[in-house]
Write a protein of this length. Sequence first.
Length: 498
Amino acid sequence: MGEYRRFRALIVAPCLAALLGAGISCTGFDERSALPAGVPPTIRPDYSNSVIPPNIAPLNFTIADSGEEFAVAISSIKGPNILVVSASPEITIPLRRWRSLLEQNAGNELKLQIYIKRNGRWYSFSPITNRIAPEPIDRYITYRKSYPQFYMKDRLEILQRDLQSFDEELILSPKQGCFNCHTFYRHSTDKFLFQARFYGKNYVLLHDQGKTSLITPVLRRPGSSYASWHPNGNLIAFATDAKVSVSMFAAGKGAEEVLEYTDLDGDLAVYNIQQNTMSTTEAISRKDRVENQPAWSPDGRSLYFLSAPKVSKQDFAKVQYDLQRIGYDAGRDTWGEVETLVSASETGLGSTFPAPSPDGRFLLFCMTDRGSFSIVRQGTDLYLMDLEKKTFRRLEINSDHSDSYHAWSSNSRWIVFTSKRGDGIFGKLYFSYLDSNGIAHKPIVLPQQDPRFYESFTKSYQRAEFTTTPFKVSPADLNEDIGDVGRIITASYVEEKR
């Protein structure tokens, strides 16, 4: 039946240019005879009243209203319209014609007119409109896909998706161990790193200029987690010296709160690729505080990070991070003074995952009731700070469940984030357009070829990152390299300049 529906959709579209003017399609569907339904249609996923990229894959969907036959006319100002007629409510849009229509109409409205046949008569619903953004989205995203936290023993996967199509490639899936925090330099796959934990070791796979190395960044003890590339391409800020307590909970405020992460220790340090050295300053490695989640500003003159007082395991609920910033001079390797941008004591919430926009205008971050692993906290929301005014607000696109794990596109117009909206358990990827005023528009979920994909999908998307290029390294080579722990080298520590 699926192949039959796709065949019908493909033969209808070429005939439409000649027959749409008469209101008749190749299948016998006659829009002129359709009676007004008087209500808007219901489609799943909800692709309506949004701003969509001009280079996104078709937004395939299911019509939730009952009927005997279904038709959708897709149109804009320029180019031939698309008509899909289907015997089932699953609507699959032809890729090439969709791509052509969007490319010709960047900046214009996109109209979806839905028709349903009931008792032998066609009915037309109120049209669905979206706006096609002038600016494209980066073509690729890389993400980790896994079962929810209570299935942690299942194998993890890192994959890359082409957003212009439905092509997905498995990048990394070792038979054992844990890996995360894939981080790219300037949205390119020419330079990247993965955090890895194999055979009791904590280290980093670093790919730079066609060469792959395994590094252990060390300050007081081996191990690192969150990382951020400096704009000069030679320095990487790491969260190091981590000491984490993980507890299992049978219940919580929401279905996703099955794990409790408590940061008992942690510092920040900078790794120099050319010299294979680690360095830090006391302001970001204080003995009485935990520092975490570094993020360089686009000009490299500031480092954003989290900071909270150290607590015991029993006081995990008291951990709330301040959002801070410190100046840095890469040429002299000297640090400035720490500035608190968002105080947990003043807001009553902690901050997580600071992410400055590539154009340097905004800072996207999360606020949550406690901890740094905000994806497991039901009340986690996205916030946006205007870095010139130093004002921030809760974004209009948040839901009643966790909204976190966000990233910027290279043109600072699109964000991707993981949200558990809908069921509170499974994290899905959503894209939102941010206009020049910093207004976030209604997000759309990652399009899938199967319109009913999310009805049976039982994994979660995590840590999506945009790139403008596909992976050029063989996945087979990456999987072999990351487990070759005999190649690990340890970075040496350099004392702070006084």
